[in-house]
Design a protein. Structure first.
Length: 133
């Protein structure tokens, strides 16, 4: 893979279904709940997807707010996605963003627009093709 690409490597042995995830020198686990055979020792993959969107959203907002000098103390992003068996081409992610700090209504509205500019939001809002080899 090219050096400018974001990459991740996942490995799963016979552990049901605790998966090792490596990226850029960092390491986390993914898992499934016990009721579907996992060990429930880490977030399930769909929660990791939401975590990616939520953290990217918060980081993008923070970068913008800091650059503009907004008095923004805290950003909270709450996300939800339907159950796996309900997913389709029309799958919807809900995202609620709460700001704490002395920001104006105009600044708040601008930050909501900026939230949609995060790279993960852009990726998830467009068709994605996955090439498997």
């Amino acid at each position: 893979m090219a050096n400018n690409q974001i990459t991740a490597v996942t490995e799963l042995d016979r552990a049901h279904y605790k998966t090792k995830v490596y990226s850029g020198g960092h390491f986390i686990y993914a898992d499934e709940p016990a009721e579907v055979g996992g060990t429930d020792e880490a977030m399930p993959p769909a929660a990791l997807l939401l975590a990616s969107l939520g953290s990217c959203t918060a980081i993008t907002i923070r970068m913008y707010a800091d650059r503009k000098g907004f008095n923004l103390d805290h950003i909270k992003v709450e996300l939800a996605i339907c159950k796996e068996e309900e997913m389709s081409k029309d799958t919807r992610i809900t995202r609620k963003i709460t700001f704490t700090g002395a920001i104006t209504e105009e600044e708040r509205l601008r930050l909501l627009v900026i939230a949609d500019k995060c790279p993960i939001h852009k990726m998830l809002s467009n068709p994605i093709s996955i090439e498997t080899s």
